[in-house]
Design a protein around this ligand. Structure first.
Ligand code: 3PG
Ligand code: MG
Length: 392
């Protein structure tokens, strides 16, 4: 993997820069700018080198269609503010741009191509689509560690057509995670939550042999709660998961890794509703689980007290509504307390988790904070990430 930081002759070169500007948005407003802040050093470096920067990124999951609410426009404006430089959003159909001379029509040196996931070819990892985009630049840089677990065109295919380099943030994340995996001490506890169930549930199986405790909260926990015979009402959950849950449970017994899932919960009729504590047997069909309950919090904090290393990805509840942030906040507070007392080594990852910690003004209270969620877990699994493989 070659880092862009060692390249000197970038003057006037057109750099296709893949970033993860997938920041949490609420009605077009950015809720947390961490992912933007972290890549500013790469942009500053390229600006100093007098390169032309063409940014590729996705936000959200538009699934191959133009979704107005998932435009990169607000993110582009935020970049402009932070860099104090003009940033031009290109909304034209990328497939019609043809070649890099297009960018000579503008005075700006920094461009953002509209949400790359508006094109179905991106997630299909389409080789022709990647080739087309590669014609728009001279060099490719991946500074999107948090997307590097996706074998998508802008991550995996473009590097086949251009000299390709890693960005500064990607290097930082990979180095930090390498250090963590080699220096980790037991007992190790991993807390996995959040709402992206489908990809994470498969990751769990591979993490079991590496950890002593696996605490499952958030949307994924609903599959476990249901598996053990409780109704989860209208909570989010993944379909047809009984087999994988069964495998997870039997593997955890074999590997002596304790699986912990909620014993009690906080529910409501909708996301903006008021919270109500419930036993698992009491959840009604028109209710949804939105946080962990007090017994579960107590159990988790005890486990954290008995751990030497803690890895955390994904909030315990729908923290965007403060009514359902309590469980996540208690987990954060417990880790911070033990971190301050030097009793624990703590690593936190994921867009939402980092946003939660920013709300608490607590990002500096952990040993390492990764911008990556899914990529962070897959890296811990020991998997080769497609985005990293493509750079090697
Ligand atoms: C993330 O937020 O983890 C990355 O931006 C990847 O997004 P995805 O899970 O929708 O692929
Ligand atoms: Mg995310």
């Amino acid at each position: 993997m070659r880092s862009i930081i060692n390249e000197k002759n970038l003057n006037n070169k057109k750099i296709l820069l893949r970033l993860d500007l997938n920041v949490p948005l609420d009605k077009g407003k950015i809720i947390d700018t961490t992912r933007i802040d972290k890549i500013l050093p790469t942009l500053d470096f390229l600006i100093r080198q007098k390169a032309k920067i063409i940014i590729l990124s996705h936000v959200g999951r538009p699934r191959g269609k133009i979704v107005k609410e998932l435009s990169l426009k607000p993110i582009c404006e935020e970049l402009q503010k932070k860099l104090k430089k003009k940033v031009k959003l290109i909304s034209e159909n990328i497939k019609e741009i043809i070649n890099k001379k297009f960018f000579n029509n503008y005075n700006e040196d920094i461009f953002v191509l509209e949400n790359i996931r508006f094109y179905s070819e991106e997630e299909q990892n389409d080789n022709k689509f990647a080739e087309l985009i590669s014609n728009l630049g001279d060099i490719y840089v991946n500074d999107a560690f948090s997307c590097s677990h996706r074998a998508h065109a802008s991550i995996y295919e473009i590097p086949k057509f251009l000299p390709s380099f890693s960005g500064l943030q990607l290097n930082l994340e990979v180095n930090a995670l390498n250090k963590i995996t080699s220096e980790i001490t037991r007992p190790i506890t991993c807390v996995i939550g959040g709402s992206k169930i489908s990809t994470k549930i498969n990751v769990i199986k591979n993490l079991i042999p590496k950890f002593d405790n696996l605490i499952i909260v958030g949307g994924m926990a609903n599959n476990f709660i249901e598996y053990f015979g409780n109704s989860v009402g209208k909570s989010i959950k993944e379909k047809n998961c009984d087999k994988i849950v069964e495998e997870i449970i039997s593997l955890s017994k074999k590997e002596k890794c304790k699986i912990i899932y909620p014993e009690d919960v906080v529910v409501s009729k909708d996301l903006s509703g008021s919270p109500q504590k419930k036993e698992l047997s009491e959840i009604l069909t028109d209710e949804m689980i939105l946080d962990i309950g007090p017994k579960t919090i107590e159990k988790i904090t005890k486990i954290i007290d008995n751990s030497k290393t803690i890895l955390w990805n994904g909030p315990a509840g729908y923290f965007e509504n403060p009514n359902f942030a309590y469980g996540s906040i208690q987990i954060a507070k417990k880790i911070i307390e033990n971190n301050k007392a030097n009793k624990i080594y703590s690593v936190v990852g994921g867009g939402d988790t980092v946003s939660l910690l920013n709300n608490l003004n607590a990002v500096n209270e952990f040993n390492f904070v990764s911008t990556a969620g899914g990529a962070f877990l897959e890296y811990l699994e020991g998997k080769n990430l497609p985005g990293i493989t493509a750079l090697n």
